[in-house]
Design a protein around this ligand. Structure first.
Ligand code: ADP
Ligand code: MG
Length: 350
């Protein structure tokens, strides 16, 4: 993967929204590179700035949003680019898959026609050939009796099938990047796996890179090559998927892992160790580490200075924690359970 070309380069991205109550600092300095063919998982609790980050990449934020930093798609700067340029990028180069497939589908056209339209927009083929290709794509997306079902309208499909239609359309656009924002969140667990599989089929068939955004670290476990963990509008950890799951260097990441039911055999039978409390308001962030109020390792320094995102023992594994070195070799239950068993701090973790 490391030899492949960088298709998307996000640097120091910031987004804030002026509101009646003050400035909401939704994204506070996100940076990542995305290479051709790779899958980057972006994980964090609701409200951590994941969707705003990807909307900024796509130029889909409301006009009131104040955006800073840089987003380069194959070298082309997208922040501040004219709407016409952004439309061209959105039209095919970067495809989005949202949580609700109905935001992408037109309710008054049969699903096959919608996919065929995308095929026609990107290929010099006849309408009949585009329809055939649409059926082929639906078949690849595991839609049974695809030729027949292509004539159905979106409302005649289940949620999981609709999402697979959206993914088929993305595939027809032959994108360089697929950004999937909580693509499985509205679906049953069994259907989630099918949709993740469909995404992987689309990604590998187009050799696109993918950003997979989810609040559920379990969703990216089997899918992502690298994971970016976000908290309060910032990246707090970035690394290869194995670094994140087995060598986490930020207590928040460890907490997310501890909240996962039976991620792997090592944790089988272990109790869940959920993170208590909730993320801070992005209106008036106090100084210091935004995770400190929920962190079992909190010390004075944590309330004074927000930690930078720095390399850990490996240059490709970054973490934002003053005490990240202390986390080497520690598992979620060492940090979260051990602390709650301590009478001095147990009161704060009811
Ligand atoms: P996530 O996708 O991680 O759940 P979001 O990126 O949607 O979180 O939101 C990050 C923060 O930005 C939240 O606090 C949200 O309320 C705020 N936010 C998002 N859109 C707007 C907006 N248009 N105006 C004001 N605040 C917004
Ligand atoms: Mg979101």
């Amino acid at each position: 993967m490391t030899g492949s070309e960088i298709v998307l380069e996000v640097k120091d991205l910031t987004v804030s929204f002026p509101t009646e109550d003050g400035l909401v600092r939704a994204v506070r300095g996100v940076s990542y590179d995305l290479r051709q063919g790779e899958v980057l998982g972006i994980v964090g609790e609701s409200g951590s700035g994941k969707s705003v980050t990807s909307k900024a990449v796509m130029g889909l934020l409301p006009g009131s949003a104040k955006v800073g930093g840089s987003v380069r798609f194959r070298g082309q700067e997208l922040i501040g680019a004219p709407e016409k340029e952004l439309q061209a990028v959105r039209g095919g180069r970067i495809a989005m898959v949202f949580q609700d497939p109905m935001t992408s589908l037109n309710p008054v056209y049969p699903v096959g026609d919608q996919i065929a339209e995308a095929v026609l927009a990107h290929n010099d083929v006849s309408v009949a050939a585009a329809r055939d290709r649409a059926v082929e794509l639906l078949t690849m997306m595991q839609i049974p009796r695809a030729r027949e079902r292509a004539r159905d309208y979106p409302h005649e499909f289940s949620g999981g099938m609709r999402q697979r239609v959206v993914i088929a359309t993305a595939m027809a656009n032959d994108p360089d990047v697929i950004i999937a924002d909580e693509p499985t969140t509205a679906l049953d667990v069994t259907v989630q796996a099918q949709v993740l599989e469909a995404l992987e089929t689309a990604r590998s068939a187009t050799n696109a890179a993918m950003v997979l955004i989810t609040h559920d670290l379990g969703v990216v476990a089997g899918t992502a090559d690298r994971v970016l963990v976000m908290y309060a509008g910032r990246p707090v950890e970035l690394g290869d998927v194995d670094d994140i799951y087995y060598e986490a260097r930020m207590p928040y990441t460890l907490g997310l892992i501890g909240s996962l039911p039976r991620l792997d055999t090592a944790r089988r039978g272990d109790r869940l160790v959920p993170i208590t409390g909730s993320p801070p308001s992005l209106l008036d962030l106090p100084p210091g580490c935004p995770f400190a109020p929920r962190c079992p390792l909190r010390r004075e320094q944590c309330d004074e200075l927000e930690p930078d995102v720095l390399a850990t023992s490996s240059p490709d594994h970054l973490a934002a924690c003053h005490f990240s070195a202390e986390l080497a070799g520690r598992r979620p239950e060492d940090v979260f359970v051990a602390t709650s068993a301590d009478p001095e701090t147990a009161g704060g973790r009811s």
